[in-house]
Ligand binder design. Structure first.
Ligand code: URA
Length: 255
């Protein structure tokens, strides 16, 4: 299947400049398609097949983009917002232009693993509670965590608070450190209701003071990514997520 589009559209999608900037590049003879200098910025190119170069540098077109981000605190998980900075503002415009969206939502103050992808089906499957893709969070809470909390999480907590009523699915709680003032734990949940983890701890009388998502299914946050940093996912990581989400690998379709 081809991705036929105007050359200037392709160049600006690839982040080489605005439409008028890339037209100037074409006019200057700096862009080649299939080894020949392009004369017309409006020419149709098959982005998946026609080799395109700028000053001799091959431009790589991918139909689908998947980004792994270490979401920093203080940034909204949203495609856009008129007032506040969103995770999409941390990425070059190319990603929004290619239809990338965050897969699921982390609270503004939550850090950690966020997938931003142009594959809507994959995003949907990752967040669908039906798929039961496990998400692991590192949580710091005020107060002491005990084995009673572990059992209560495992039994499934009944949540009844200002945001609504629901029975949370059984969740795994692994206490990393426990003290009267503050404890730290890893929590694995398979659903993502509004403020899920914070509300589960609140149901046990604990307030979450720090929350970071460490993994989604078998995909762990790259420890080399500092908060606010991101990178494109490797083909292996994408295949891992796809199999977690019950999708056949689409890598054969990827350019
Ligand atoms: N649970 C929460 O309470 N907040 C998040 O951001 C993610 C899970």
């Amino acid at each position: 299947m081809g991705d036929v589009m105007r050359l200037d559209k392709l160049l600006s999608m690839l982040g080489e400049g605005t439409r008028s900037e890339v037209r100037a590049l074409v006019r200057a003879g700096r862009v080649c398609v299939g080894g020949r200098a392009a004369r017309d910025a409006g020419m149709q190119v098959d982005a998946g097949r026609d080799p395109v170069t700028l000053d001799g540098r091959a431009l790589v077109y991918k139909r689908v983009r998947h980004v792994m981000m270490n979401k920093p605190g203080g940034v909204l998980t949203a495609a856009r917002d008129p007032r506040q900075r969103t995770v999409m503002d941390l990425l070059p415009p190319l990603y929004a232009a290619m239809g990338c969206m965050p897969a699921g939502r982390l609270d503004k103050d939550t850090e950690g693993l966020l997938i931003v992808t142009s594959d809507g089906q994959l995003a949907h499957r990752i967040i669908s509670p039906k798929r039961e893709v496990g998400k692991v969070y590192l949580a710091r809470v005020d107060g002491l965590l005990t084995e009673e909390d572990v059992s209560a999480f495992a039994a499934g907590l009944h949540i009844d608070d200002g945001d609504g009523v629901f029975d949370a699915r059984a969740a795994e709680l692994a206490i990393l450190s426990a003290a009267r003032e503050e404890s730290e734990a890893l929590v694995r949940v398979t659903e993502g209701k509004y403020h899920q983890v914070k509300r589960m701890f609140a149901a046990r009388g604990r307030q979450v003071t720090y929350l970071k998502r460490m993994s989604i299914g078998a995909l762990a946050l790259d420890p080399a990514l500092a908060p606010g940093q991101w990178r494109e996912m490797t083909d292996e990581e994408v295949a891992l997520l796809e199999s977690e989400a019950g999708l056949e690998s689409k890598s054969a379709l990827r350019n």
